[in-house]
Design a binder for this molecule. Structure first.
Ligand SMILES: N[C@@H](CCC(=O)N[C@@H](CS)C(=O)NCC(=O)O)C(=O)O
Length: 239
């Protein structure tokens, strides 16, 4: 039996990011599984059936492996099987354990419609051709707002969630690092504002979060800050 084309085995973090970022409006089901875990076998079949039934949903299988541990950590996966539903990068829901019914219900709730879906995109409706409502923020206004956020304090962390309740493993790690280094910082939760989330990526030419800002300028994400802290360069930057 050939696998449906919307069912993809993730091979690396970059592969995963690329697939998710390709269509930010698409619903994805991420299946975290391991070949050694018996309950995953049965759930793999359920996942395959769901992929067939909802061809508009992108189904990504993440096998438990060191090379993919960043992905599991981001979604705070502690056991397999576990499932996460996203729209683009936004979390819609999660199901833990081999609960076929809960998984089917969750997918049914968020998937727009079962297959067959037309692959032809319908022409934009009239309303999408008109200019945005006057209340919408212009690009200039958004950029000005982002500039203010960048300069709200000497050290600003753009992260997912808050320092006390991070919603991504990378954000959690950078908060721990800043706390270890006894750095005072303010934060902005990019999950609360999609415009800032996407706009800041462009301004800083940096595709991911966390983003650490010192004196209004991007220092980097977790990897860069970690390296700088290890070499002592980071402490110098704050002096
Ligand atoms: N290696 C990166 C990891 C950060 C990362 O991959 N973040 C992802 C997942 S949390 C991200 O922000 N993706 C874009 C988005 O969610 O908008 C770092 O050093 O900061």
């Amino acid at each position: 039996m050939s696998a449906p084309t919307n069912l993809v085995d993730v091979t690396s973090t970059e592969h995963f990011q690329g697939l998710l970022s390709a269509e930010l409006e698409r619903v994805s089901l991420i299946s975290f599984w391991a070949p050694w875990a018996e309950p995953c076998k049965q759930m793999n079949e359920v996942v395959q059936e769901l992929a067939k039934k909802y061809s508009a949903v992108l189904v990504l299988r993440v096998t438990e492996a060191e090379s993919l541990s960043d992905i599991s950590e981001t979604f705070e996966i502690n056991s397999v099987p576990s499932f996460v539903l996203l729209r683009g990068h936004t979390l819609l829901g999660r199901v833990e354990g081999a609960d076929a019914k809960a998984l089917s219900n969750a997918v049914a709730m968020h998937a727009s419609s079962p297959t067959p879906q037309s692959t032809v995109t319908s022409p934009p409706s009239e309303s999408t051709l008109t200019s945005p409502p006057s209340t919408a923020e212009t690009k200039e206004e958004l950029n000005a707002r982002i500039r203010e956020l960048l300069n709200q304090s000497k050290v600003v962390l753009f992260m997912k969630g808050s320092p006390d309740a991070p919603r991504c493993g990378f954000s959690r790690k950078i908060v721990a690092l800043l706390r270890d280094e006894k750095v005072e910082f303010t934060h902005f939760d990019i999950l609360t504002d999609e415009d800032v989330r996407q706009g800041l990526k462009v301004i800083n030419d940096w595709p991911t979060y966390p983003q650490l800002i010192v004196n209004g300028e991007l220092v980097g994400g977790l990897d860069i800050v970690k390296e700088m802290a290890e070499s002592g360069e980071f402490q110098g930057l704050l002096a």
